[in-house]
Design a protein around this ligand. Structure first.
Ligand code: HEM
Length: 162
């Protein structure tokens, strides 16, 4: 059975983002499945992203995050199997950025025990953007960062004490 994703960013509303541009250019309207496939194709073409690129992003991001004085200890305390974690994160990014539908877990729940603060999110986003600058096209960087910022905001509002 599929679980609802607590942080659902698969149908973003931001009119400035790539989903919108690609949605505008999609002419196949006959059914939801083919429309989704056409959107996914458009996103891949516009960003140059694929699984190999997402693997690079995920791997390179965690290489940075694990060395970070603030974030490193949190990951060290909660992630035992890095191969499994990175594979899960590739599924997550393929799902939110390329509509792959391969992530059906509850990301909010996973962060609840971590005692996260606003500063953690600021740092996470900094490292993520540094990673994107090094690993992917400018279009992909913009696309992935916009999604990350939106999810980080949702997580922060739900998890951080005010
Ligand atoms: C504030 C900084 C963050 C920290 C320190 C952090 C830390 C972690 C840790 C330790 C896990 C592993 C949890 C476990 O397996 O027990 C995890 C999982 C995950 N994180 Fe984060 N995270 C942060 C922000 C984010 C953001 C901004 C996103 C999305 C853009 C994100 C997406 C995910 C996802 C999808 C998982 C997998 C959850 C699952 O399915 O079990 N995280 N994170």
């Amino acid at each position: 059975m599929k679980h609802a994703t607590a942080v659902d960013v698969q149908t973003p509303q931001d009119p400035l983002n790539l989903y919108h541009a690609v949605r505008e250019s999609v002419t196949v309207q006959d059914d939801a499945g083919s429309r989704r496939a056409a959107l996914a194709d458009g996103l891949r073409q516009r960003t140059g992203l694929d699984d190999a690129a997402l693997q690079r992003v995920v791997h390179s991001f965690y290489a940075r995050a694990r060395l970070d004085p603030d974030l490193g200890p949190i990951f060290a305390a909660h992630v035992a199997d890095w191969q499994a974690h990175e594979a899960r994160m590739v599924d997550f990014w393929a799902s939110v950025a390329l509509l792959a539908g391969r992530y059906h877990r509850n990301a909010l729940q996973a962060h609840k025990p971590l005692d996260l603060r606003q500063a953690h999110f600021t740092r996470w986003l900094e490292l993520f953007d540094q990673t994107l600058a090094a690993e992917v096209t400018p279009q992909a960087r913009e696309h992935l960062l916009a999604i990350a910022q939106r999810i980080a905001t949702t997580l922060r509002h739900r998890l951080c004490p005010r």
